[in-house]
Structure formats: structure tokens, C-alpha cells
Design a protein around this ligand. Structure first.
Ligand SMILES: [Zn+2]
Length: 74
């Protein structure tokens, strides 16, 4: 049996970053995403949905910030 899963109309299930069609994984406040990263979020709501890849990027950005703070403590 063949499944037609390549249609692009499932907008709700995809990442909100502009030009990204990956499946969404996490929802994060869109203002946080734009503040912490240079990603362009195309979200109509308060939350942006990120795919795995972009969530990683977001996490890395926030982690870097935390690590920088920790370095300052030493
Ligand atoms: Zn994405």
C-alpha cells in the first residue's frame, strides 16, 4: 500500500521558522525564539512551533548564554 504523505498542506504540523517544512517538535514562546536566536518565526499565535533541528538551535542559543554567565562566575 502506498501512502501519500508528501503533501505540503499540513501547515499546522510543521515548524514555524520561515522556509522550514520539518515536522514540529516543540512549542516555545515566539518572542523568546526571536530574541534568543536569529530565526525568523512565521507564527500567528503566541507560541512558535519548532522542528527538532530548530529547537536544537534554540536550546543551544539559550545554553550558550547560560554557560557564558557561568564563565563569568568563575
Ligand atoms: Zn524548523
Amino acid at each position: 500500500m502506498k501512502h501519500k504523505r508528501k503533501s505540503k498542506r499540513k501547515k499546522e504540523k510543521t515548524c514555524d521558522v520561515k522556509g522550514c517544512d520539518e515536522e514540529k517538535k516543540k512549542s516555545i514562546s515566539s518572542s523568546k525564539v526571536t530574541k534568543k536566536t536569529d530565526l525568523e518565526v512565521d507564527s500567528s499565535g503566541r507560541n512558535a512551533y519548532l522542528c527538532k533541528k530548530h529547537y536544537k538551535k534554540y536550546k543551544k542559543a539559550t545554553k550558550d548564554e547560560r554557560e557564558m554567565k557561568r564563565l563569568n562566575w568563575d
